[in-house]
Design a protein around this ligand. Structure first.
Ligand code: NAI
Length: 301
């Protein structure tokens, strides 16, 4: 089945280069009308320039597509609302959000300023929150929405020197988990994409043998599926170099130990059993995890 975005309107944040540019070009090539958002700053988020977004708009138009540029910072909620209004005024709807804008301010935790920690949370987490918040009433009213939040293996599994970035990126998985549940009744599907691609953000970090195969275009197919009519919901998809994996936050079967005076010692003695990954599950929501504990309590008695 060909994935077709004719009639759809998409906003791609951070689309002036790297992955966002590739996402915007691909959506437009498949018929979507695209808001190309980019602040146009450096990798650490400093500076700004409207030309980054405008250049990609020109590329899309040259290829016969429809696009408009927007230079809002996703950290500015009023500016994000303005971007959404710009899309509505131009095309009357917004169907797809690819929240992709991001910065890096890597340092070991010992050396990290709180200001750098906060700014990374502000761009990745609050930037995505601002876009979702501005679009949520629109997507609910039209009973359709596809939201792709860009997470990272750094958030899912950690990376040395990236406490700020990792915390922000895993927070997006948390945002997705609940938005997917709240959006389900109005066909708003929310997913996370964890890309691996050579961009200005990663070219000095990735090993040389990855540089060839790991272009942004090898991540794009994952985004297209998550942004499409056929999208799953509440999935965290990893994509890089043409390979795709799903990441889950799993729960082990667990063990009932009770809350007696010797519970800490018993728990310690059964550490391996509690952490045993055989039979682990992915709860449908937070309360299902509590239900699992209730089941263990009943079985344990
Ligand atoms: P990039 O630096 O080329 O792209 C990020 C874009 O976001 C830039 O064009 C930048 O100007 C824009 N941006 C930054 N702050 C902004 C703001 N406040 N408002 C609007 N736009 C803003 O880097 P890349 O690699 O394309 O990153 C795209 C996304 O993918 C980011 O969220 C990044 O964290 C994520 N990611 C990338 C990985 C990779 O392997 N390249 C790995 C995991 C995640």
């Amino acid at each position: 089945m060909a994935l077709d975005f004719n009639g759809r309107v998409a906003i791609v944040t951070g689309a002036g280069g790297g992955l966002g540019r590739a996402h915007a070009l691909a959506l437009a090539a498949r018929g979507a009308r695209v808001v190309v958002n980019d602040l146009g700053g450096a990798v650490d988020g400093s500076g700004s320039s409207a030309t980054a977004a405008e250049r990609v708009v020109e590329e899309i138009r040259a290829a016969g597509g429809e696009a408009i540029a927007n230079a809002a910072s996703v950290t500015d909620f009023a500016a994000v609302q303005g971007m959404v209004q710009q899309a509505i005024a131009t095309w009357g709807r917004v169907d797809v959000l690819v929240s992709n804008a991001g910065i890096l301010r890597d340092k070991t935790f010992a050396k990290m300023d709180l200001a750098d920690f906060r700014q990374v949370l502000e761009v990745h987490l609050m930037g995505a929150v601002h876009c979702c918040k501005a679009l949520w009433p629109i997507m609910n009213a039209q009973k359709y929405g596809r939201i792709v939040l860009t997470t990272s293996s750094s958030g899912l599994y950690g990376n040395f020197g990236q406490t700020n970035y990792g915390a922000a990126k895993l927070a997006l998985v948390g945002l997705m988990q609940t938005l997917a549940q709240e959006g389900a009744k109005n066909d708003i599907r929310v997913n996370c994409l964890a890309p691996t691609a050579v961009t200005r953000m990663t070219e000095s970090l990735l090993p040389p043998d990855m540089l060839q195969a790991f272009g942004p275009e090898a991540v794009v197919p994952a985004m297209l599926v998550l942004a499409s009519d056929e999208a799953p919901t509440r999935t965290t998809l990893c994509a890089g170099g043409g390979s795709f994996e799903a990441a889950n936050i799993t729960l082990t079967h667990g063990a009932f130990i009770g809350a007696g005076a010797d519970a800490p010692e018993q728990w310690l003695a059964r550490l391996d059993a509690v952490r045993d990954r055989r039979g682990e599950m992915v709860p449908a929501n937070g309360s299902e995890q509590g239900t699992n504990e209730l089941r263990l309590l009943r079985e344990g008695r």
